[in-house]
Write a protein that binds this ligand. Structure first.
Ligand SMILES: NC(=O)c1ccc[n+]([C@@H]2O[C@H](COP(=O)([O-])OP(=O)(O)OC[C@H]3O[C@@H](n4cnc5c(N)ncnc54)[C@H](O)[C@@H]3O)[C@@H](O)[C@H]2O)c1
Length: 353
């Protein structure tokens, strides 16, 4: 019988791809999701249990029913800007509910957890060297802080026999293979690659309006101290990320110790390089995005080192930028994506019903 893995947030972008990857790898995914931002259709590769990770009785019941060998925790709110406006929402969900979830799992004897954290825990590292796991952590927004505090609690549970792997990463992009029927469907959508692609692929006007993209894409800052003046960031293909999560799970199931790994690209790409790659991929070399001043708190260089993940987990990203963009374009053009967004935007804003 295959081992059951409990996946919180498995109806969201990354968690749904993780469920797909786990199924392919021979595990039995059980998804716990309250569908606050997720999509029911995205939970297609696991058994969906609707509910909240902070609901101790529910989590206890799921542990008894499915006897999971381990859990992966993706459930969280992810909007940095919103976290600044409404920090309580983030500390409640990303820290307090995560802590309750970890504690309940531990009490139920589910004592192996892979936790989806973020390189936002490092804040602005200042330099232009890839960030390593021993770099100091100085989050500059409540999103990063809430994740860091959840990490610390999980690490504390090590003394109560909980073994965990914390995975810290920045920008995840791309979509699963065709048979997964999965991709990114966030609303609002704040991520660079979908925001850049959508105005260039004749997406429906209502979709562009709903996402605030009717005027196209804007680069924030072209006067950074980088080779082309635009900010440099890390981009990882969602299926490379899933591969890392499965390696982390296997590491824990084989008795690996509690640890933290960055999932980075080591090098990163500038916003201008991403724009160029999308233009080339879509044959739209004439396209010129708007330029606006830098946003406050946006550092010049944010890239994570993958040396430790390579050494201990045998992981490094395998899919190049071209694959990230190509898979995202295919997904954002698909009727499945358009339909999912029509339902979300229609429900929330009353337009495009
Ligand atoms: N997307 C990125 O680029 C990125 C980068 C770094 C880290 N992360 C981390 O990866 C994880 C997943 O991100 P994503 O992009 O898939 O987000 P997402 O919003 O697509 O998915 C989150 C899922 O969690 C569910 N959820 C939220 N709170 C819940 C709760 N209390 N109980 C049950 N379900 C709940 C939502 O309904 C949703 O399905 C997050 O923890 C995020 O911090 C994401």
């Amino acid at each position: 019988m295959s081992a059951v893995i409990l996946i919180s947030g498995g109806a969201g972008y990354i968690g749904s791809h993780a469920a797909y990857g786990l199924k392919q790898a021979g595990y039995e995914p059980v998804i716990l999701d309250n569908l606050s931002t997720g999509n029911e259709w995205a939970a297609r590769h696991g058994i969906l249990e609707r509910g909240d990770v902070g609901d101790g009785a529910l989590v206890r019941g799921l542990c008894e029913k499915y006897q999971p060998a381990a859990a992966m925790h993706f459930a969280a709110f992810i909007e940095v800007g919103e976290s600044v406006q409404n920090p309580d929402k983030y500390f409640d969900n990303n820290r307090d509910k995560a802590m309750r979830f970890f504690r309940t799992l531990n009490e139920c004897g589910v004592n192996k957890v892979v936790f989806s954290s973020t390189a936002a825990v490092y804040g602005d590292s200042g330099g232009n060297a890839p960030i390593e796991e021993l770099n100091p952590t100085h989050p500059i927004n409540p999103y990063g802080q809430s994740k860091l505090e959840a990490e610390a609690f999980l690490r504390m549970l090590d003394a109560a026999s909980m073994r965990s792997v914390v995975l810290r990463y920045f920008n995840v992009a791309g979509a699963g293979p065709a048979d997964s029927l999965l991709g990114e469907a966030h609303f609002p959508e704040t991520h660079l690659i979908p925001r850049l692609i959508l105005p260039l692929i004749d997406a429906p006007l209502m979709l562009l309006q709903g996402l605030g993209l009717q005027k196209g894409f804007t680069i924030y800052g072209n006067d950074y101290p980088t080779p082309d003046g635009t900010a440099i960031r890390d981009y990882i293909h969602v299926m490379d990320l899933v591969d890392a999560h499965i390696r982390a799970l296997d590491y824990l199931l084989k008795g690996g110790a509690t640890d933290i790994f960055n999932l980075g690209s080591n090098k990163g790409f500038s916003v201008q390089e991403i724009v160029d790659a999308v233009r080339t991929s879509l044959n739209k070399s004439y396209y010129k995005p708007g330029i606006a001043p830098r946003r406050e708190g946006d550092p010049a260089f944010l890239v994570a080192s993958n040396a430790k993940a390579g050494k201990v987990l045998g992981w490094s990203p395998a899919r190049p930028l071209g694959a990230i963009i190509g898979d995202a374009v295919t997904w954002h053009r698909s009727p499945r994506y358009i339909e999912a967004m029509r339902a979300k935007i229609g429900k929330t804003s009353g337009i495009w019903l």
